[in-house]
Design a binder for this molecule. Structure first.
Ligand code: AMP
Length: 306
């Protein structure tokens, strides 16, 4: 099934306890598109870069079947830039710099062929742009998933709340769920957030897994314990790409299938963190992904005594 995704396509400077990487490829949309390309081949990207973004990186995405007709290249301007530094536990990070550059004046244009996409992934970027994409859809999508972060809650909470009214699934981390809802308990946070629009809430908790809320139901997916987490950048976007990619490929949005989608998202995120930037996502194989899924199944497989 067709999948439309919007989000940043960016350069990142990353500092972790294991090293530094400067001006590496990043961006929410980049991670989402790469990850979803392992599940479905009808992916449309809507985003913007400057003329500093390497053409071969765009070609790599096209080769994976990702349609870039909705990716604008602005001559004479710079791509979105983000710099972050991870703390020793790798679960928390500080944003050191965010330069919107081309994103500041971006008017998204959804290609004609993508206007009836059944699955829409509103990746992390300006809430107005997320709304602008939804406004251009000619048919109501089967599922709209939105990812965002504290940066947008700090500067654009009103616009974010407007777009949330039109979203089926919201994916945020635990701190962001607390910021959005004003509640510390994540169960109470869900009660507040469901009143804002989303029918499902996924709370990402880094190395502590993810929670899926729907009505009164809660499902928990662990994160795979890894010996080494090299760079967590993009794990949330990779999770979102695996989640919606799997749902689009199966075209089944039942709660049962969403549970599987959460595990696929977690499995893909577990690859992402093994190397800097997108490096681990560039040439995964289907058997590698299947093996990782089995590792997740084994991790939580137990039986009660009779
Ligand atoms: P994640 O680690 O999944 O939260 O995503 C990290 C990616 O998000 C990086 O590659 C950044 O380029 C991108 N990013 C950082 N800040 C923002 C922001 N405010 N809006 C959109 N994308 C961002």
């Amino acid at each position: 099934m067709s999948l439309l995704t919007v989000g940043t396509v960016a350069f990142d400077d990353i500092e972790t306890p294991f090293g530094r990487a400067e001006k590496v490829i990043g961006g929410a949309c980049t991670y989402i598109a790469w990850t979803a390309s392992y599940f479905t081949d009808k992916i449309f990207v809507v985003s913007v870069v400057g003329d500093d973004f390497p053409q071969h990186e765009l070609d790599n995405l096209t080769e994976r079947g990702v349609n870039l007709d909705g990716l604008e290249i602005v001559q004479g301007e710079k791509s979105f830039f983000w710099a972050g530094k991870y703390h020793i536990n790798m679960n928390t990070r500080d944003t050191l710099d965010t330069q919107l550059n081309v994103l500041a004046n971006f008017n998204p244009v959804v290609p004609e062929a993508a206007k009836n996409a059944r699955y829409v992934m509103l990746g992390n970027l300006t809430p107005e742009i997320q709304m602008g994409v939804l406004d251009q859809m000619t048919e109501k999508p089967r599922l709209v998933v939105l990812d965002t972060m504290n940066f947008w809650m700090d500067i654009a909470m009103d616009s974010l709340k407007k777009v949330l009214k039109r979203v089926d699934v919201l994916t945020i981390n635990d701190e962001e769920a607390r910021q959005l809802s004003g509640e510390y308990s994540l169960v109470k946070a869900w009660q507040v957030i469901r009143g804002m629009g989303p029918k499902y809430l996924v709370i990402k908790k880094g190395e502590h897994g993810a929670l899926l809320f729907h009505e009164e139901k809660i499902f928990f997916a662990p994160a795979l314990p890894l010996a080494e987490v090299f760079d967590p950048t993009g794990a949330g976007d990779t999770f979102a790409g695996g989640f919606i990619g799997y749902l689009a490929s199966t075209d089944d949005i039942s709660f049962e299938n969403m549970k599987r989608a959460i595990i696929y998202g977690s499995a893909m995120a577990s690859f992402c963190v093994e190397k800097f930037s997108l490096d681990r996502l560039r040439n995964l194989t289907v058997p590698e992904i299947s093996d990782r899924m089995s590792a997740f199944v084994n991790l939580v497989d137990f039986k009660l005594p009779r």
